[in-house]
Structure formats: C-alpha cells, structure tokens
Ligand binder design. Sequence first.
Ligand SMILES: Nc1ncnc2c1ncn2[C@@H]1O[C@H](COP(=O)(O)OP(=O)(O)O)[C@@H](O)[C@H]1O
Ligand SMILES: [Mg+2]
Length: 230
Amino acid sequence: MILDLQNIFKDYQQDKLIVPVLKDVSLQVEEGEYVAIMGPSGSGKTTLMNIIGCLDRPTSGTYQLAGEDVLRCKDKEMSDLRLRSIGFVFQNFQLLSRQSAVENVALPLSYAGIKKKERRARATQALERVGLGDRVTFKPTQLSGGQKQRVAIARAMVNNPKILLADEPTGALDSKSGEQIMELFDELNAEGVTIVMITHDRNIASKAKRIVHIIDGMITEGKDKEAENG
Ligand SMILES: Nc1ncnc2c1ncn2[C@@H]1O[C@H](COP(=O)(O)OP(=O)(O)O)[C@@H](O)[C@H]1O
Ligand SMILES: [Mg+2]
C-alpha cells in the first residue's frame, strides 16, 4: 500500500465560521495504481490532493505514505518526504515564466543538491522523454499549452518519484493536447508510476483504471474501468 488515508477530516476556519470540507475520507492506493478522483467544483478535490501531496495537514485522521506516518512528521521531514516521493502537475502548469524549459525541469534537482552539469543533463533527458528535446531553451511563453504541461510533467518526474499527483492536468488544454497528456500518463503508469489524477471530466477520468468519486467532502468508490466499459 503506497497511500493509506484513514478517517480524514479537514475543516477550514473562515472568520468565526468553521467550514467542514473533508468529512471522514478514507482512501487506499496500491503501488502502481492509476486512480482518478472525480467530483464537482467545491467538493474538496484540491483539499484532498494537498493532503495527499504533503502540502497541507488534515484536521484529523491518519495518513501513511509508503509506510511513513506523514502526520507525525515535522514540517521539514514532511517536505523531504514530498520531494522524494511525489511529483506534482497542476491545471495552470505553474512554470517559472522567466526560466527556460530545461531550467524549470531542473529545479527539483537543485533542492536535491545535485550539481549543475548533472542537473542540466537529467533535465534535458526528462524533456526528451516527453517529446520536447527540441524545446529545451524555450521559455513558457514560447510554448503551447500542451507543451507547457509536458514541461511540467518532465519537472514532476525528473526526481523519479513513485507517485504522480495531478490536479485537473488537462483542464486548461484543448482536447487533442489533453489526449497527448493522457497518453504520457499511460506510459508513466506502465513504467510503474502510481498516478492519482483529479478531474471533473468524465472522459479524462475514464483513462484511469479506477475512479473514486468525491461529493460534498465524502468519497464513494466508482465502478472500475471494466465495469464502466462493459
Ligand atoms: N484555504 C481555504 N480557506 C477556506 N475555505 C477553503 C480553503 N480552500 C478551500 N476552501 C473551501 O473548501 C471547499 C472545497 O474546495 P476545493 O478543495 O478547492 O474544491 P475542488 O478542488 O473540488 O473544487 C470549497 O467550499 C472552498 O471554498
Ligand atoms: Mg480544485
């Protein structure tokens, strides 16, 4: 079991009001799985992703990531665990606009203390891996949406994390670019990467092998892909 979340509650405090957002969410994901988390806007998807990604802590519950008790970790241990284990992809790419593709991709390697020459070599390789070997010096403004998302995927994977977390990865893309991103996810999953992808798009979710629905902060497990197709 690579992800094991049990009885997760998350409240936000807004002025004097306490807003419950996740209400007793339990989710288990095996290593190598490809899971889509589907739900309407405001249902708590991003809140859940931030908890899975060790970017935020729940109000209560337990969370084991690759056997580590995440919520017992201090903030520094939690961010080390995040850097080692998880790659992130976001709807709006979150690339640094003044930096070239290769510099963006190399960024996680500098946190890992890798020397400049090796950073550049590994980042170039990661860009080749996503089909952008001929765009390494391009800045984000010189790339299409689909290309920007591929740069973001190269950045997410350059450390070889076991888990890829994606929050609406095709949300800002036309359907053809979205398809290409989904093909890339399929390849990564075939190589053994565990993928958790958030989407509100049924068509995109159907690419995953398992669908989990979240409605109003509560999870209901969907049918698996075979059942969906059959
Ligand atoms: N930092 C925050 N403070 C207060 N409320 C928040 C915060 N982040 C999210 N929320 C609320 O939590 C609910 C779920 O948000 P979110 O997880 O972003 O949903 P989704 O990604 O499914 O659209 C929303 O009602 C939102 O207003
Ligand atoms: Mg969201």
